[in-house]
Ligand binder design. Structure first.
Ligand SMILES: N[C@@H](CCC(=O)N[C@@H](CS)C(=O)NCC(=O)O)C(=O)O
Length: 203
């Protein structure tokens, strides 16, 4: 199977880390994607009308998006180790994935505001609102940090990729200062081979 990726995308990284944790990395070829909401990558659009990364092309030619569906697909293929099948553990993991993805959505919108939007059209309050979502999302991760321990599932994979994206694009937030438990947990999780192999290129 093939996945349109970009080295910086926390959503693509989540899929690649999940694949590595499931022992599926060798079955995935990464296709470089230049997803961009303004200058859309027509090669990706030809497969996914939303033109976003990650987009997966399965071996039978079917196309899967977005990252949640791709992770679910990989998990099914890899024996279901990352998403508990039922009960409270399942909903916890899925909510944690949503929390991490929401942090990413807000951070990426804030990033586009400075990286893409012409200066004259920027709206600082809007950016501040997105970054406030990041801040309250981080507080929720910190509140859950005691329960993360040695868990390796889609919730912890998603948290780690979101934190990695903040390090890449929003180092100035210095999120570790106010989230010491999360910082200690992330230091251990980020050393996993799946995380090391998918580390984004320096900003
Ligand atoms: N909900 C999507 C979000 C994916 C997403 O926003 N990807 C960004 C890159 S990190 C993208 O492709 N942006 C291009 C665009 O918005 O058109 C997912 O979970 O895969």
């Amino acid at each position: 199977m093939k996945i349109f990726c970009s080295g910086a995308s926390p959503f693509a990284r989540k899929c690649l880390v999940a694949a590595a944790e499931l022992g599926l990395s060798d079955r995935i070829e990464c296709l470089p994607g230049a997803a961009n909401p303004v200058n859309r990558d027509r090669t990706i659009v030809a497969h996914n009308p939303l033109g976003k990364v990650p987009t997966l092309i399965a071996d039978d030619g079917s196309v899967l998006y977005d990252s949640r569906v791709i992770c679910e697909y990989l998990d099914a293929m890899g024996g279901g180790k990352l998403i508990p099948r039922e009960g409270a553990a399942r909903w916890r993991v899925l909510v944690e994935q949503s929390l991490a993805d929401g942090i990413n959505d807000a951070a990426i919108l804030a990033r586009y505001e400075t990286a893409l939007r012409p200066e004259a059209l920027r709206w600082n309050d809007w950016t501040a609102g997105q970054l406030e979502k990041v801040t309250s999302g981080l507080a929720e991760i910190e509140a859950r940090a005691d329960g993360l321990a040695d868990r390796v599932d889609l919730g912890t994979v998603a948290f780690a990729c979101a934190l990695g994206y903040l390090d890449l694009r929003f180092a100035s937030l210095a999120w570790r200062d106010r989230h010491p438990k999360t910082a200690a947990w992330f230091e251990r999780f980020a050393a996993r081979p799946s995380m090391v192999a998918t580390r984004p290129p320096a900003a």
